[in-house]
Write a protein that binds this ligand. Structure first.
Ligand SMILES: NC(=O)c1ccc[n+]([C@@H]2O[C@H](COP(=O)([O-])OP(=O)(O)OC[C@H]3O[C@@H](n4cnc5c(N)ncnc54)[C@H](OP(=O)(O)O)[C@@H]3O)[C@@H](O)[C@H]2O)c1
Length: 322
């Protein structure tokens, strides 16, 4: 199947309608989850399949993830559109805060360029915003990096509609990276319409809602599972949520596909400017997830999903604080 290309934002660069999330190719400690060769082969197979949008972060695996992407795109830089998040400070296995100071950003970018082995980053974005540094300074610093040629386009991640408007007024925002799935639809009220109005592309991650929508999850989760930190995956919430996922499993059975494919296809169907960004850390995931981009819904199927997964239907919290 050919992966369609879309413009990222108004008159923006051409990127694949499906993005490859590389985060789960590295552990927070910086070591590879799979053999490094498998991760590199996955990125290269994605590029060969027409997926040019590669998503990483300088804090994913303490730089390991960028090194991995750098190895995979060596000698084929022009095939890839590289999106990098910065600003997240991870210590041990914990996300302990943000550093968005201009002086820090100027330091981060240089390390990212070296780890990736490139002269510029295509999309550069703070992973979150907070009040510690005025937004003018954060966005202004990225605008300076764009002028210097170290960055091509500005992105933002996990922000509110008001913050998005403000960021866009300081410098044109090309992409909003945001968690979005059948299980997490709160952004439909304000943030998605704002992005559409401003002509900003939407890079939608967590399409499977941390695996909830894959149909593979069973209650209770094993005690070692990190998702137990979030109430969505605990006790009665998980039992309730898995009962809703049965609707997705039944529809997938009828349509001859997998629940994950439907979860991705649903995000894909939400708009031409919305890109599903999916974690795949092995080659075997690619054919299934690429095929998901060809799945369409009848109006009645869409209605079923809309009502069964209406905003708020999936209960309990996640790390996406909405
Ligand atoms: N901006 C932010 O705050 C933020 C936050 C989180 C992530 N991200 C970015 O978004 C990307 C995607 O986010 P995500 O990893 O949270 O969500 P996701 O794409 O929904 O991935 C969650 C899990 O889905 C599984 N999966 C993928 N394809 C599957 C298939 N065909 N069948 C069954 N399971 C499948 C993967 O499992 P396996 O590991 O078993 O393959 C993965 O661990 C990340 O890689 C990262 O680049 C951004």
């Amino acid at each position: 199947m050919n992966i369609t290309k879309i413009a990222l934002g108004k008159n923006g660069p051409q990127v694949s309608k499906l993005g490859l999330g590389c985060m789960r190719m590295s552990s927070v400690w910086g070591s590879a989850i799979n053999p490094e060769s498998e991760s590199i082969a996955t990125i290269q197979m994605a590029l060969d399949s027409g997926i040019n949008f590669l998503n990483t972060g300088d804090f994913y695996g303490a730089g390991h993830n960028e090194l991995l992407v750098g190895k995979a795109i060596k000698n084929r830089r022009d095939d890839a559109f590289i999106s990098v998040k910065f600003g997240g400070i991870v210590y041990g296995s914990k996300f302990i805060g943000l550093d968005l100071r201009p002086i820090a950003i100027k330091n981060f970018i240089n390390y990212s360029l070296v780890r990736l082995g490139v002269n510029h980053i295509d999309l550069y974005q703070p992973c979150r915003l907070d009040k510690s540094v005025p937004m003018e300074d954060v966005i202004g610093t990225i605008a300076d990096l764009i002028k210097e040629g170290k960055v091509r386009y500005l992105g933002v991640s996990e922000i509110t509609a008001d913050q998005l408007r403000k960021a866009h007024s300081i410098h044109p925002v090309s992409a909003l990276e945001i968690g979005y799935s059948l299980a997490d639809r709160a952004i439909e009220k304000e943030l998605l319409p704002t992005a559409k109005e401003l002509g900003i592309g939407v890079v939608a991650f967590a399409n499977t809602a941390e695996g909830l929508l894959t149909g593979d999850m069973k209650a209770p989760l094993p005690a070692s599972d990190y998702r137990l930190h979030f109430s969505r995956f605990q006790g009665e919430h998980l039992i309730h949520n898995l009962a809703i996922v049965e609707v997705l499993k039944a529809m997938a059975h009828v349509k001859g596909c997998t629940p994950t494919q439907l979860a991705i296809a649903w995000v894909n169907a939400q708009g031409e400017h919305i890109m599903p960004l999916v974690s795949m850390n092995r080659r075997s995931r690619l054919p299934e997830n690429i095929a998901a981009m060809g799945i369409t819904f009848t109006p009645s199927e869409m209605e079923t999903l809309d009502s069964q997964f209406r905003p708020g239907a999936v209960t309990g919290g996640t790390y996406l604080q909405r």
